[in-house]
Design a protein around this ligand. Structure first.
Ligand code: PMP
Length: 405
């Protein structure tokens, strides 16, 4: 049974007042709040077990190493990866995406080659590919989307050529909320023998992920958007690809042996984890994932679906509001505009009532250019949000909308 009130009790920040109002936190696509178990895991680690991993024979180092490696196994279970050594800890999805763009680009992209991304990518799955394509003389192609915010799969099929070397696509758009048909996109890429990476920054926290069922080649996400600390992230990749990619950064831990002339690189996953990682954060990420698995991702998905439907109905009932992105399958986020108002004004006035939403371009400027808007206001949900919060928000927004008529 999914009990939102009991879940809310796990998140101490939610009991705060902001601007003398009960906090209503609708900015979860930017970052989620942390449950007490995650906060405790961090405090406990620094209070009792802190010691650098992998290098020490002393007790604390061994405990620390065990916690870190257990977290890796937790991630493996969470996304159903075949092997724990295919899980690379990074500082976030941005680093995961850059890691693949840089190393794949270095090894496999040549002049005239082509890479496909969608036109709805977050900047962190667009700019790294722009950088590497420019460096290599490769061409970046874009899967278009329609006015509802739905990717054009037929156009995607036509983007492939003999020169296509890689596809990288966002699973759920942080701006439009669109859930992309990634299984179909993956199968199409593979029918051309092209590897594909999925940016799961806005999907892992909302529904179950099974990388083996998806059969993607890489899957990336950030810890802080899934109730875990900032500065943590994951890159999962198929062993066959991770083995082929060159190291991303050089330094400690990613080496097996070093002479002044030559280095033999470490095995997976350490080859991609140079230097002291955020091992306390990774441990806390493991704790967050365990906490979520206890609640059940299917339960979260079902509950959040109701929230999304409810909020969409409430917003649609306000005449001055228009929703941007009306894909039939959405998760997590709803972007909207209020007639006559700049989105920042909406965000500022809501904040005075204790309601936190995000306004602006959401690091997706090409989406703003497509719709011809300077920015949007965005509601984004987590499992601790409630229909009562949506009711209050809708009431306040209706009043604000009248002010701009
Ligand atoms: N991709 C998507 C779809 C996102 O929503 C975000 C964060 N808004 C990112 C990538 C980048 O995440 P981070 O800043 O945690 O690296």
């Amino acid at each position: 049974m999914f009990d939102v009130q009991s879940i809310r009790k796990d998140f101490p920040i939610l009991t705060q007042k902001v601007n003398n109002h009960d906090l209503i936190y609708f900015d979860n696509a930017a970052t989620t709040q942390k449950p007490q178990v995650v906060i405790d895991a961090i405090v406990d680690a620094y209070t009792k077990t802190n010691s650098n991993i992998h290098r020490g024979i002393h007790t604390l180092s061994q405990i620390s190493t065990t916690l870190y490696e257990q977290a890796r196994q937790m991630v493996q279970t969470f996304i159903n990866a075949p092997h724990d050594y295919e899980i690379i800890f990074t500082k976030g999805v941005t680093e995961s995406l850059n890691l693949v763009a840089q190393t794949f680009g270095e090894a496999f992209l040549h002049e005239g080659d082509e890479v496909i991304v969608s036109a709805m990518e977050h900047h962190s799955n667009l700019v790294p590919w722009q950088i590497v394509c420019e460096r290599k003389g490769a061409i970046l192609k874009f899967i278009p989307f329609n006015h509802d915010g739905v990717l054009d799969v037929e156009a995607y099929k036509n983007l492939f050529s003999e020169k296509t070397k890689f596809v990288s696509v966002v699973h759920v758009s942080n701006t439009l909320g669109t859930v992309n048909p990634i299984k179909e996109l993956i199968d199409i890429a593979h029918s051309h023998n092209v590897p594909i990476m999925i940016d799961g920054a806005q999907s892992v926290q909302h529904f179950p992920i099974d990388v083996q069922a998806l059969d993607c080649d890489f899957f990336a996400f950030s810890g802080h958007k899934i109730y875990a600390p900032t500065g943590t992230g994951v890159l999962w990749g198929k062993e066959k690809w991770l083995e082929k990619l060159p190291p991303y950064q050089g330094g400690g831990d990613m080496i097996k042996t070093v002479t002044l002339e030559k280095t033999i690189y470490n095995t997976l996953p350490f080859k991609f984890e140079a230097g002291t990682t955020n091992y306390v954060g990774a441990h806390a990420l493991g704790v967050a994932l365990k906490y979520l698995m206890n609640i059940g991702l299917e339960n979260i998905q079902q509950y959040e679906k109701e929230l999304m439907q409810y909020a969409t109905e409430k917003l649609s009932a306000i005449p001055q509001v228009s929703i941007i992105g009306n894909a039939p399958h959405k998760a997590g986020a709803i972007s909207f505009e209020v007639a006559g108002a700049h989105c920042s004004d909406i965000g500022m006035i809501l904040d005075k009532q204790g309601i936190a939403i995000r306004t602006g371009t959401h690091c997706t400027e090409p989406i703003m250019q497509f719709y011809g808007v300077p920015g949007t206001a965005r509601l984004s949900f987590a499992m601790y949000n409630t229909k009562e919060e949506i009711d209050y928000f809708a009431k306040v927004l209706s009043t604000i909308a009248l002010m701009f008529e």
